[in-house]
Ligand binder design. Structure first.
Ligand SMILES: [Zn+2]
Length: 117
């Protein structure tokens, strides 16, 4: 149910942005684009499942959901090698160290909202 509450937050964020964009009830929200990191621990299929459920009776009810995956990347703290990260507990392919700084792939954000009048 983690994804259910994530969908609730997404809808809350989008609703707040709609107020800022001076949304009117006659406007149509066509699409919401989310950027989700590969190692964010988010089940995308589950997001797709819950989004329309949570969006019901909100301005997002008819909006299409598009998910863009953001690839995971890490910087090895031992040898400074930058590598593609597929899961959180993954060793550096160069020196096999687990000490790393994650550069990307943990975020989940609302990237864009497409709206028409
Ligand atoms: Zn390394």
């Amino acid at each position: 149910m983690h994804e259910f509450s994530l969908c609730q937050s997404v809808i809350k964020i989008v609703s707040d942005q709609l107020i800022k964009k001076k949304y009117k009830s006659t406007n149509k929200i066509n699409k919401v684009i989310l950027s989700i990191g590969e190692i964010a621990g988010v089940d995308i299929e589950s997001i797709r499942f819950w989004f329309p459920v949570v969006a019901k009776d909100t301005p997002l009810e008819k909006a299409q959901l598009e998910v863009k995956l953001k690839e995971g990347k890490a910087l090895c703290l031992r040898c400074n090698y930058v590598y593609r990260l597929f899961k959180l507990y993954q060793a550096c392919p160069n020196c096999e160290s687990y000490e790393k700084h994650i550069l990307s792939g943990q975020e989940m954000l609302v990237k864009n909202i497409e709206m028409s009048n």
